[in-house]
Design a protein around this ligand. Structure first.
Ligand SMILES: Cc1ncc(COP(=O)(O)O)c(C=O)c1O
Length: 441
């Protein structure tokens, strides 16, 4: 199978060139026996292509294979995670000073992009699924209502799947966006594996961002920005604004080889993992798909009356889940695991005895009043105060407990007593928060 970038770098390395350029190791080993494929760790040298350049090269060939697999016209490799892609994608679609319909549960990079681009957000809310204790999908109706109320919005940005694996109906939401003359960007940071498992929903979006490093066998920071209808040069332009001008060829090659692996053995192993995850879901209380609730089939979200205690017990047995909250333990299962890993998890679950229905959690309150814009809140002087003493203050950051995984308070919003009461009730355990420092008289 073709791995154009990796093959060409290997070919170049095999010629034992005298490297008098970056990186400083010049293709030799790193001190301390640090395992790093220095021989393919190149810079742009006229033979290795240019991530942000215009001429077709091996990087573009490798990106093209990803674009084909995901069903998009173009793909840009990212070496700064989905964070880089979310900034670049929102700059590309929304530009400066526009309006955006934003999933209230967006990652903080989207909130930072709002501030840096001076965007006005209109938040999309999610229904609270009391039985599961998580926020449900963004509905097409919610998107339609927001776009009808604010026809000036030309960009919609949602996250799918969420940290808890909740998928929204991307094609239906894209349809609503396009009918209203808006573009859809999907933060699929946690969904890089889904197209390999047959999921085609992302293709309906105009822009999609995903972190290969989260759910595929790929190193930290590797991610992808994919788009329909914008052309690669627009992705390169905005990717370069938010990315390093010295992108790592090792990371880019790892994207090339991760895709190639997933075209064959990786997907077979992933499908086996999905089968094992299904079996675990039948034996242990866990989030399960149902009518109106589509889930990432590989994400195992265990239910527990004491999620933190269950996660601690697992850690004591050398098992490290991705995340825990009062009622859930989130495990990211990938093609890297198999039957023996699942058996180990099952033995630990049996010993721990802490699975069961999650405690009932109230729905999050309505978002508070926005007093400052995201931009004003990002740049204003701030101070750290005890959360318990923050009523009436304007938040400088996101206060985002899991669940709902949705900021109860976003930057620039006034912290009200009812929000503090809710945070107490759900056992939010951050003692401090950042608030805007009052102006000196
Ligand atoms: C939903 C979501 N979007 C974006 C990001 C940012 O991804 P990265 O860490 O690859 O920059 C994260 C990180 O956890 C995330 O959970």
């Amino acid at each position: 199978m073709p791995t154009p970038l990796y093959d060409s770098l290997r070919g170049l390395a095999a010629q034992a060139p005298l490297r008098l350029d970056m990186p400083g190791h010049h293709g030799g080993p790193l001190p301390g026996g640090f395992p790093w494929p220095s021989e393919i760790d190149f810079t742009e040298n006229g033979r290795t292509g240019d991530l942000y350049g215009g001429e077709p090269d091996d990087i573009q060939a490798a990106e093209g294979l990803w674009a084909d697999r995901f069903g998009f016209d173009s793909c840009l490799f990212l070496t700064g995670g989905s964070t880089q892609g979310i900034h670049a994608g929102l700059a590309l679609l929304a530009g400066e000073g526009g309006s955006v319909a934003l999933d209230r549960g967006s990652h903080r990079s989207a909130y930072h992009a709002l501030a840096l681009l001076g965007l006005t957000p209109y938040f999309l809310s999610r229904p609270w699924l009391a039985e599961e204790g998580v926020a449900g999908p963004i509905s097409p109706e919610e998107v339609a209502r927001t776009l009808e109320e604010h026809p000036e919005i030309k960009t919609v940005c949602i996250t799918s799947p969420t940290y808890y694996g909740v998928l929204s109906d991307v094609p239906a939401i894209a349809g609503v966006c396009h009918t209203h003359g808006a573009k859809l960007m999907v933060d699929g940071a946690h969904g890089a594996h889904l197209p390999f498992l047959g999921y085609t929903g992302y293709q309906a979006a105009d822009v999609m961002v995903t972190s290969a490093h989260k759910t595929l066998p790929a190193p930290g920071q590797t991610a992808l920005l994919l788009a329909n209808g914008t052309g690669l040069s627009a992705l390169q332009r905005w990717g370069s604004v938010y990315g390093t001008s010295s992108p790592s060829y090792v990371l880019m090659s790892a994207l090339d080889t991760a895709r190639d692996y997933m075209e064959g053995e990786g997907t077979a192993r992933y499908l086996e993992t999905v089968r094992l995850a299904d079996a675990l879901r039948r034996r242990w209380p866990a989030l399960a798909p149902r009518d109106g609730l589509a889930l990432d089939p590989a994400r195992l979200v265990l239910l527990s009356p004491g999620g933190f205690a269950l996660a601690d017990t697992l850690r004591q047995r050398g098992i490290y889940p991705e995340m825990a909250d009062a009622g859930h333990v989130v495990c990211i299962l990938t093609c890297a695991g198999g039957p023996s890993e699942m058996e180990r998890l099952e033995r630990a679950l049996a010993d721990a005895g802490l699975t069961g229905p999650c405690p009932s959690m109230p729905p999050p309150p309505e978002p508070p009043e926005a007093v400052l814009t995201s931009r004003q809140a990002l740049f204003a002087p701030r101070e750290r105060v005890l959360l318990s003493q923050s009523a009436g203050r304007i938040s400088a950051g996101q206060i985002a407990p899991y669940p709902p995984g949705v900021p109860v308070i976003a930057p620039g919003e006034r912290i009200e007593k009812k929000h503090l009461a809710y945070l107490r009730e759900i056992g939010y355990n951050e003692a401090y928060c950042d608030v805007i420092r009052p102006r000196e008289e």
